[in-house]
Design a protein around this ligand. Structure first.
Ligand code: FES
Length: 555
């Protein structure tokens, strides 16, 4: 039997001793030329392999589906759970003892961690790292955040088509993922806070030679983790998830953390509710001055000292004595972390902002919850009642938003339906829809916008997201009509549709569910099984883990 397994592998030139009791390390690579943020991970895999070999392991690299945020349609979120299945089954079906996950662009981090959790082998994450700072005409521009500014600038005439062309390459001038504290940086930070990376791995720029060193050291470390049987479930304890919620507030991280962290918790078997994000995170101070909440970029953050400084600064606000992949606690790893720039990383005594975490809203418009990121919102709109201007679908929005006759002003509430997990399908990052051109030209910078969709981690505005239940399954959002009054009260955590119960019941009785967006294939499976946003939008059949054991042989 061993002959078949070994002989065919040996066609790649492995020496005999590789098969004599060495830990076999799977290097799960999300490299793809279609995922530009991960385009350098083939090279990184070679550094991981060096480390594995040095530590006496046998490295075998394997590809999984890769999710490129800027290219895939309709949204990478539709495929996060599919990638997690690919990762889970690839790990379990092959004779692997330990796993290195090479990640980068937004969904490549949560999807691979979710899959690995369902197998629960010793696992280490190697984050691909952010791009260098964007440089444009003497100033700094951040990935994603600049897109929103330039889109508005085009409408006001501030930017021409030529400006846009020049800005393209200036914004993305090195390998790596988005250089703002967008979703990719948030997810890399999350991986480090969960204890799944080597210390200070998350913010090293992709092109910095220290990133390669980190990849090599991760290769060495995973071999020892196998020998120590340091599995994911020994690291991913409830306190680790609580830390991730708290630190996300302190770094001004993306709202996308919510659904990804909940999905990961669901796989490893830790109970995490939507309300936990408010209870644990909303009082946390914002310490990191990075776009989109602040002014700097990930490169500056790394030079200032990165996550170790933040973790040390938070002190007893977080649990410091939990184990990480290097076998040490955060106290041991980060106790001496020096800060080199206090304009980038603030102190706990003088934070950039108090109470910076995500707020979870309830009310008749979101029976199972909705979220808003106050640090990215306008203070003056945090308590606001406005007239609803309703768009039934994303296409309806595109058709009418710039119609000069659209009855809308800056006090209205833009309501977008049909962009939830089942409805779009895949819950795209469209919640921060552009304001109507006629209001932008008037100088309006922000309006309340509500939807069952998500928002890019690089975006900003008074945007209520993740409304659950979504409109497509008959949540109250489906019943909102033009002219209804909507009350947003973030301090009171309320989102209310000011329509009486009798009228709402009348509308509910007349409501008809839209036709499903797919009748076959993976998308049908997704629509049939995806959970709502307040639960993490995993497929119901994927929640939990099955371990690494396969009871039946291949013949
Ligand atoms: Fe890949 Fe932003 S597009 S990280």
């Amino acid at each position: 039997m061993g002959f078949v397994h070994r002989s065919w592998l040996r066609n790649q030139g492995y020496p005999d001793d590789h098969f004599r009791g060495k830990p076999v390390i799977g290097i799960c690579n999300t490299w793809s030329e279609l995922t530009p943020c991960n385009g350098h991970l083939r090279e990184f895999a070679e550094f991981v392999k060096k480390g594995v070999l040095e530590a006496g392991g046998f490295p075998l690299e394997f590809p999984v589906m890769s999710l490129g945020e800027t290219i895939m349609r309709p949204t990478t979120m539709l495929f996060r759970n599919l990638v997690s299945m690919d990762v889970e089954e690839s790990i379990r079906a092959n004779p692997l003892d330990g796993i290195v996950l090479l990640t980068g662009c937004d969904k490549t981090t949560p999807s691979t961690i979710m899959g690995a959790c369902s197998v629960d082998l010793p696992t280490i994450v190697v984050p691909g790292g952010p791009m260098l700072n964007g440089k444009f005409r003497g100033g700094e521009i951040g990935s994603g955040s600049f897109n929103w500014a330039i889109k508005e600038g085009q409408k006001t005439g501030e930017f021409s088509d030529e400006d846009l062309l020049e800005a393209e390459i200036c914004a993305s001038r090195s390998q790596g993922h988005c250089n703002t504290m967008g979703t990719a940086s948030t997810m890399a930070t999350m991986a480090e806070v969960l204890g799944l990376t080597l210390p200070n791995a998350s913010s090293i720029p992709a092109v910095d030679s220290r990133k390669k060193v980190m990849a090599q050291l991760a290769g060495r470390r995973i071999v020892d983790m196998v020998r120590e049987d340091l599995t994911l479930s020994k690291i991913l304890v409830r306190k680790a998830f609580e830390n991730a919620i708290k630190v996300n507030a302190a770094v001004g991280g993306s709202t996308n953390l919510i659904i990804h962290l909940q999905a990961i918790a669901g796989r490893i078997g830790v109970a995490l509710k939507l309300q936990d994000f408010d209870d644990l995170g909303s009082d946390m101070p914002l310490l990191v001055n990075l776009m989109p909440s602040g002014k700097y970029l990930m490169e500056d953050y790394f030079y200032a000292g990165g996550l170790p400084v933040v973790m040390k600064e938070l002190g007893d606000l977080i649990e410091q004595n939990i184990i990480t992949v290097n076998g040490k606690t955060f106290t041991e790893n980060y106790a001496k972390a020096p800060c080199y720039n206090r304009d980038v990383i603030y102190t706990r005594d003088k934070p950039l902002q108090e109470n910076a975490g995500i707020a979870v809203l309830t009310g008749n418009l979101c029976e199972n919850g909705a979220v808003i990121k106050p640090s990215a919102a306008s203070k003056k709109l945090m308590q606001h009642t406005g007239r609803a201007v309703v768009f039934e679908t994303m296409e309806d929005y595109h058709d009418r938003i710039d119609d000069p006759d659209l009855d809308i002003d800056e006090n209205c509430v833009i309501v977008l339906k049909g962009v939830g997990p089942k409805g779009y399908p895949g819950m795209p990052e469209v919640g921060n829809v552009d304001l109507p051109e006629k209001l932008i030209l008037k100088g309006v910078k922000d309006m309340v916008r509500i939807s069952d969709g998500r928002m890019s981690g690089t975006a900003y505005g008074t945007v209520v997201l993740h409304i659950s239940p979504e409109s497509t399954i008959g949540g109250t959002l489906a019943l909102v009509e033009n002219g209804d009054l909507i009350e947003l009260d973030v301090p009171a955590r309320k989102l209310q549709l000011l329509v009486d119960d009798e009228e709402l019941q009348r509308r509910r009785d007349n409501w008809q569910a839209p036709e499903p967006m797919a009748t076959r294939g993976y998308v049908k499976i997704y629509i049939d099984h995806v959970q709502q946003a307040d639960q993490g939008a995993d497929l119901d059949v994927l929640v939990g883990k099955s371990g690494s054991k396969v009871d039946r042989d291949l013949h």
